[in-house]
Ligand binder design. Structure first.
Ligand SMILES: Nc1nc2c(ncn2[C@@H]2O[C@H](COP(=O)(O)OP(=O)(O)OP(=O)(O)O)[C@@H](O)[C@H]2O)c(=O)[nH]1
Ligand SMILES: [Mg+2]
Length: 394
């Protein structure tokens, strides 16, 4: 293990934003997680964003009321866990304020796909009418419980169920929410086609990397800065002889950007497991930067990322933490680590911000002969990524 003493290339602190915590809820990207009872909504959220081990999901109580989970990563998120069959009118924010709606379907419940899909279609249409830019994802969950053949069949069946429920929907019942003429089939056809091309389906399971991959696509779908960050990564990968480059959210192990080429499930699983193991020892790394409030949480043995579960704090104006770059010493060394994963492959990581870590896979001989050049290129990549984030957050 080693620490890098690379120069920070003159990064300067910026004035921190004056956003208060009441406004904080507004600036967060809101993600609504819905689904049939016991489909796995809470499991999909808590195993990724609250470090609940998969072995504990069997003991979750049924969700009785909305739970808002604030999570800080490359963009600030607010993930809403919901009780099954809640009424839209009970949401305390407009449906249009959600940037993404995730519908969790239990792949095992193949006798009720249509029944489960119907309430989703109603919400999906209401959301689309109030905000056509909203993103939709269906997590076809508990996928590991079926053999590969059945998985594929059920996946297709769920896609068909959505298509049929969209076709059969009584559109005139939506007339009160829109000035569109729903009696006109050309109007409903446009809506159906547009939604069908927008909804993405992902097979997920708490027992493997598929759930994090699905969250990764959700996050990337709402990251306006994604193309800029990706082009920096692709540039770096090309100029430094890497095999794979990933930018991970450290706490959740969700990939927020990658160069995407040469990526496959087996490599992802390997890299995620490595990161998991390595971060269990996070406290040993003195220069592993974290926000002040995160640090306090960690001292209590809690890696919970400073969440406040949406409870407003009246004193927030005085003790509101600054932006992450305010609390950094620009000349301090930053955390880095490398390990020979297999005889021919080395994995290395560098922390970029309190939330983000860059992970690379590289041939061991390349790493041994070109490490200096890789780390040199990396200072520019890190600087570029941080600049983009500062621009977005300022
Ligand atoms: N096989 C399998 N079971 C899972 C998975 N995720 C969750 N479960 C099981 O699904 C059940 C329901 O999980 P929850 O996360 O509580 O589901 P929910 O949708 O939040 O349930 P409600 O809040 O009651 O509507 C639990 O018994 C979990 O053990 C998975 O990936 N694979
Ligand atoms: Mg629940």
């Amino acid at each position: 293990m080693s620490r890098s003493q690379l120069p920070s290339q003159g990064e300067s602190s910026r004035p921190r934003s004056s956003v208060g915590r009441h406004d904080d809820s507004i600036r967060r990207q809101k993600i609504l997680v819905l689904g049939w009872r016991k489909a796995g909504k809470t499991s999909c959220i808590k195993t990724v964003f609250e470090h609940v081990p998969p072995s504990e999901v069997a003991y979750f109580d049924s969700t009785q009321k909305f739970e808002k989970i604030d999570y800080d990563t490359i963009i600030p998120l607010q993930i809403w866990d919901t009780p099954s069959n809640f009424e839209l009118e009970t949401l305390d924010v407009p449906l249009s304020s959600f940037s993404t709606i995730i519908y969790v379907m239990d792949i095992q419940a193949d006798d009720s796909y249509h029944e489960a899909m119907l309430p989703f279609v109603r919400i999906l249409l209401r959301a689309y009418l109030s905000n056509p830019a909203v993103k939709f994802a269906v997590f076809i969950h508990k996928a590991e419980s079926l053999s590969e053949d059945y998985r594929g069949e059920n996946y297709a069946e769920i896609q068909r169920a959505l298509a049929e429920e969209l076709e059969d929907f009584p559109y005139t019942s939506l007339q009160q929410y829109s000035s569109l003429n729903f009696s006109d089939p050309s109007v409903t056809n446009i809506i159906i086609n547009s939604i069908q091309s927008e909804v993405r389906f992902d097979m997920t399971s708490v027992h493997d990397v598929s759930l994090r991959e699905a969250w990764s696509r959700v996050l990337q779908g709402i990251m306006e800065m994604l193309p800029s960050v990706e082009s920096l990564l692709i540039n770096f990968t090309g100029s430094s002889g890497m095999d794979n480059t990933y930018l991970f959210d450290m706490e959740s192990r969700v990939v927020v950007a990658s160069d995407n080429r040469g990526r496959n499930d087996a490599t992802m699983q390997l890299v995620t497991e490595y990161l998991d193991k390595f971060l269990q020892f996070a406290d040993l790394y003195k220069c592993l930067g974290k926000r002040k409030d995160d640090g306090e949480d960690l001292e209590n043995g809690d890696m919970s990322n400073g969440r406040d579960n949406g409870v407003p704090d009246d004193d927030e104006e005085e003790d509101e933490p600054g932006s992450w770059w305010d609390q950094e010493d620009p000349d301090a060394p930053w955390m880095t680590q490398s390990t020979k994963l297999m005889p021919n492959t080395t994995i290395a990581l560098w922390q970029f911000t309190p939330h983000l870590v860059l992970v690379i896979l590289v041939r061991t001989d390349t790493w041994q002969t070109r490490r200096g050049m890789i780390e040199y290129n990396l200072t520019f990549l890190r600087q570029g990524v941080r600049r983009i984030l500062m621009e977005v957050e300022a």
